[in-house]
Design a protein around this ligand. Structure first.
Ligand code: 87C
Ligand code: MG
Length: 486
């Protein structure tokens, strides 16, 4: 039927699956953990790519594409990054009916595929900085419950790989990229995120340190790692011989970063903004920003006029850079169309009927708050553009208020456990000891997973003298976000 059978608050999981499939974002597939990414989601992915590729050009990061396959020897060259992940690596063992001599891995990430090439191409300091970005799919044969966009065995992402002469340059770029990810989430997807540093236990094992933007889903009380920007230090340079002659002719290893965001971003946006009518899309990423629907009149001449006015309205909006479309289908009545486009999450609907012709106006309805306003035809473009900006900002503000309402500061173990039970995003003072982190994980193990550190926010609140770690009672070193996560 047209409306959703599931409600976001009553059964979130079923609601989410129903929304992404009914709106032609996702198609199901017979191989578990694999999904079809359909047009309504690809439209969003494309808009994000346009933003990101423009930023890549500004940063002089060049595009590239590396092979999907990596040999076992090369994959094992950097031991730490594979350790623990090995079960997720998918292998090709046969071609046709003959076995391969040696199995070949399908890339779960491309460090080991790209860095032998870096080693060949980087010789002198004039070759630095060396910066590449690729748009690709990666495969990770995960076994925990698959969720469209959020956790799948194959997903799309961009992965950036850069090399610098100095650590300082690498450190600077790590944060520049992290700021792009914040912009992507907060200014395009209208989703609030927290910038911070991963703990030693949660960081990318092959790197020096990991920074991330962390999102949060109020309905489930679960955090989501939104995107990551890692400084790899010289670990991979050492294993892959990526060194250069510096100005003084001295041989030195490069300092590297790697960073990614994936189609997971789309799932986070759906979860944060969706409601019981369906998707609510931020104007900046929606393929269709305005849908124009005609209210038919039984008088043929008037009906003709109304239809022509709809087409003219779409043209005027498109000519001004607004992504508008008309739904002039004869076989659906207006009410059906209103529900349909509301489910698709189109930010703004414009209705045009006889009354509007007479008053030389259109009737606009916002998807985010349902507000209905009459717009004089003469003010159409400016008013619509203004409304789209207002919708974008309002969606972020509403999401941020909801997310902030979920944040709870806890100072003791009991407060922590209580906050966890209430599905909060917890900010707690921590002694920064891995043993303690492991213990929290073990002690909070439940059927919905365990609590882990999400990040230590760069924006550290005041830490009064003598503040103790909520879990160990030892002197606290840093405020850290904790929670259950996807
Ligand atoms: O992928 C990364 C690190 C890095 N890869 C490149 C882009 C940025 C960043 O995600 C971490 N990682 C996660 N998951 C896996 C691996 C892995 O390296 C390797 C083995 C399979 C599973
Ligand atoms: Mg993983």
């Amino acid at each position: 039927g047209l409306c959703l059978a599931n409600s976001k608050h009553a059964n979130f999981g079923e609601w989410y699956s129903e929304v992404v499939t009914k709106t032609e974002m996702i198609g199901y597939y017979d191989i578990s953990g694999c999904y079809i990414i359909d047009e309504w989601a690809m439209g969003i992915w494309k808009r994000m790519q346009i933003f990101f590729d423009l930023e890549m050009e500004k940063m002089d990061v060049k595009p590239c594409y590396f092979p999907l396959f990596v040999s076992n020897d090369v994959l094992q060259k950097e031991k730490d990054h594979i350790k623990g992940f090995a079960p997720e690596v998918a292998w090709v063992t046969r071609a046709g009916d003959s076995d391969l001599e040696v199995p070949i891995a399908i890339r779960p990430t491309s460090e080991t595929i790209i860095y032998p090439f870096f080693s060949k191409r980087i010789r002198g300091h004039r070759d630095l900085p060396f910066k590449r970005n690729q748009w690709a799919n990666v495969v990770r044969w995960e076994f925990s419950n698959p969720t469209p966009f959020i956790r799948s065995r194959e997903f799309l992402w961009q992965e950036g790989h850069t090399a610098f002469a100095t650590k300082k340059e690498a450190d600077t770029e790590v944060l520049e990229i992290l700021e792009l990810y914040r912009q992507l989430y907060e200014e395009y997807l209208a989703v609030p995120v927290i910038k911070g540093k991963k703990s030693e236990m949660e960081k990318f094992a092959g790197g020096l340190y990991t920074t991330s933007v962390e999102a949060f889903i109020p309905n489930t009380g679960r955090a989501v790692q939104g995107a990551t920007s890692h400084c790899l230090g010289q670990n991979f340079a050492k294993m892959f011989d990526i060194n250069f002659q510096d100005e003084k002719g001295k041989n030195a290893m490069v300092w590297q970063n790697s960073w990614a965001y994936s189609t997971r971003t789309i799932g986070v946006m759906v979860m944060v903004h969706g409601d019981d009518k369906g998707l609510v899309l931020p104007p900046k990423v929606s393929k269709v920003q305005v849908i124009v629907v005609h209210v038919p009149s039984d008088d043929a001449v008037t009906k003709e006029k109304i239809i022509n006015t709809c087409s003219a309205t779409v043209k005027t909006l498109c000519d001004s850079g607004v992504r508008a479309e008309a739904d002039l289908r004869e076989n659906y009545r207006p009410g059906w169309k209103y529900s349909h486009w509301e489910m698709k999450g189109v930010p703004l609907r414009i209705e045009i009927g006889q009354r509007d012709l007479t008053n030389k106006q259109v009737c606009a309805v916002r998807r985010d708050n349902g507000a209905k306003v009459d717009i004089p035809m003469v003010d159409l473009v400016d008013t619509v553009k203004g409304m789209l900006d207002t919708i974008q900002q309002n969606m972020f503000d509403v999401a941020k208020r909801k997310r902030d309402a979920c944040i709870q500061v806890t100072k003791t173990w009991d407060e922590f456990i209580e906050a966890l039970a209430q599905k909060k995003l917890i900010l707690a003072p921590w002694c920064d000891e891995e043993e303690v982190e492991k213990e929290v994980k073990t002690k909070t193990k439940g059927e919905t997973g365990s609590a882990k550190t999400l990040c230590s926010p760069f924006d550290q609140p005041e830490m009064p003298q003598g503040t103790l770690c909520f879990a160990s009672g030892k002197p606290a070193k840093k405020w850290t976000y904790w929670g259950r996560s996807y």
